[in-house]
Design a protein around this ligand. Structure first.
Ligand code: OSB
Ligand code: MG
Length: 373
């Protein structure tokens, strides 16, 4: 592969409704798109899921932009890689910055698959033509509003509901939801919102409301609290923020702190690492599934390709485009099938194309770096 240029773009898209979690409210999604152009004119795309403010993790949009500008591009120009492996190798010595690395790896993967005239999904070893998906529902103004919101998603075909919880938004909303929908598949995600001392509190409402999966209730470093919650629990304990690499996963497995792994390419430094971690978790008896970061169509297409891999066995946080954005930046948005699935695009690479006008409307800044000829 001869890489000719790398382009970084910052975009902004208004969400259809505010997305509130234990760490804050998002009204507009700010993110980066990275594209890699080859000498023969093919282009591969990736999305950096870092947020404007570093609230989910320490990464932010501005930090990711600076990392690519000041670190990745100069090193790339010093010793130009000639294939995907070289791209991964050049970024490996840099610590952290996983979301930025993931965006670049995604662009290189998309480009490589396009050059080989193959769908990225099948190149990953993905076999599914449709993937099962659920929906992640933010904190709402009242329990009744939550029940209405969930009712609308169920009607659209989502078969698994995950609700965001935090201290003060748990028992009442869960009671209201269970009253309205006694038998739906219900997960919760607290994004580290509970202190590690609250194991018993979390266990009591999770049992009472028959929650099937409890995601990251405690701080990322509090692995033993997650292990204590998991002991003899009738639900799975799922880790998200705690697992960022092979070592953090190994420690969590050793302690019994993880029965389910939320895999987000951005959090772990790229799709290749994501598949490896999912394999490791599965070998240890846990299950793995693909999470989400309110991606635009580019990131969503990568998540869909990833989720087509057989190592992922639970429905992902990969909802249809209209759950997030009124105007998707793709020519063809992702649409929910009546059976609660999304189609895996069959075209080359990630199988989607940008809608030039929607893309231009969302674009805020752009910079192109020449890498070679
Ligand atoms: O913890 O899974 C999370 C969104 C932003 C940051 C963190 C998380 C989420 C979600 C949304 O739950 C999942 C989606 O993209 O639908
Ligand atoms: Mg989560």
């Amino acid at each position: 592969m001869r890489y000719r240029s790398l382009t970084v773009e910052q975009l902004e898209l208004p969400l259809v409704e505010p997305f509130e979690t234990s760490f804050g409210v998002e009204l507009r999604r700010q993110f980066l798109l990275v594209s890699l152009r080859s000498s023969d004119g093919l282009v591969g795309w990736g999305e950096c899921v870092a947020t404007r403010e570093p609230l989910y993790s320490e990464e932010s949009t501005g930090g990711a932009w600076a990392f690519i500008h000041e670190n990745v591009v100069p090193r790339w120009r010093q010793r130009p890689p000639t294939a995907l492996k070289g791209v991964r190798d050049l970024m490996r010595p840099f610590r952290g910055n996983r979301m930025a690395k993931s965006a670049i790896e995604q662009a290189a993967l998309d480009l490589e698959a396009r050059a080989k005239r193959r769908a990225l999904s099948s190149w990953f070893g993905g076999r599914r033509r449709r993937i099962e998906v659920g929906v992640s529902v933010g904190i709402q103004s009242t329990p009744a509003a939550l029940a209405r919101r969930v009712g609308a998603y169920l009607e659209q075909g989502y078969r698994r509901i995950k609700i965001k919880v935090m201290p003060g938004w748990d028992v009442l909303p869960l009671a209201a939801l269970r009253r309205a929908y006694p038998s739906i598949e219900l997960w919760v995600d607290a994004n580290q919102g509970y202190p590690a001392s609250r194991v018993d509190t979390v266990r009591s409402w999770a049992e009472r409301y028959e929650i099937r999966q409890v995601e990251q209730p405690f701080p990322d470093r509090a692995l033993s609290a997650h292990a204590a919650l998991a002991r003899n629990a009738p639900f799975r304990v799922c880790l998200d923020e705690s697992v960022v690499d092979a070592d953090s996963l190994e420690e969590a497995l050793r302690l019994g702190a993880v029965q389910s792994l939320n895999v987000k390419a951005g959090r772990v430094g790229g799709p290749v690492a994501g598949i490896a971690l999912a394999r490791r978790a599965t070998r240890a008896g846990a299950v793995a599934w693909v999470g989400g970061m309110l991606e635009s169509g580019i990131g969503r297409a990568h998540s869909v390709a990833l989720a087509s891999h057989p190592v992922f066995t639970l429905p992902g946080d990969i909802s249809a485009s209209d759950r997030y954005y009124r105007e998707e930046i793709l020519e063809r948005p992702f649409v929910l099938n009546a059976d609660g699935t999304l189609d895996v695009p069959s075209g080359v690479g990630i199988g989607v194309e940008l809608d030039p006008r929607a893309h231009r409307r969302a674009l805020r800044r752009r910079k192109t770096y020449t890498l070679g000829r």
